[in-house]
Design a protein around this ligand. Structure first.
Ligand code: NI
Length: 137
């Protein structure tokens, strides 16, 4: 197992006070764990910006009564079966469906596919969240 390196951080008492209130509200047990998560979050942003292989979840809400919507969305997904590795479908009510697509690929490609799906007519809302494959953290 990798060892632990310690380092000191200097900041103003007022900034530290704000940080401490923030991490308490988020449920962190201590500053170290909060700082580790901030560092990882920044590293993941770099992975995404750098076009590395990432994983993403695309959440969609649509009305399945809209003309051809199910076929249109399925066609796009089959066209990208290499990047869309799993899907989850929930019938929210009589008309509305929630779909979560799990994607893996180059950040730019995943975003492009997600944009195409979100911009499909009759998709009410969609949001892509990208994160690390975990290998680089
Ligand atoms: Ni449904």
């Amino acid at each position: 197992m990798e060892g632990i390196a310690r380092f000191g951080v200097s900041m103003s008492p007022s900034l530290l006070g704000k940080f401490d209130r923030l991490i308490v509200s988020k449920g962190y047990a201590n500053r170290s764990e909060a700082i580790r998560d901030l560092v990882r979050d920044t590293l993941v942003e770099e992975e995404v910006a750098g076009g590395e292989e990432i994983v993403g979840t695309l959440t969609l809400v649509y009305d399945h009564d809209a003309r051809d919507i199910v076929r249109r969305l399925t066609d796009i997904q089959h066209g990208h079966h290499g990047e869309i590795i799993s899907t989850l479908h929930v019938h929210l009510d009589q008309h509305n469906c929630l779909e979560v697509l799990v994607m893996r690929g180059k950040a730019g490609e995943v975003k492009s596919i997600a944009d195409r799906i979100i911009s499909t007519r009759d998709v009410k809302h969609g949001r892509l969240t990208m994160t690390s494959t975990g290998e680089g953290l």
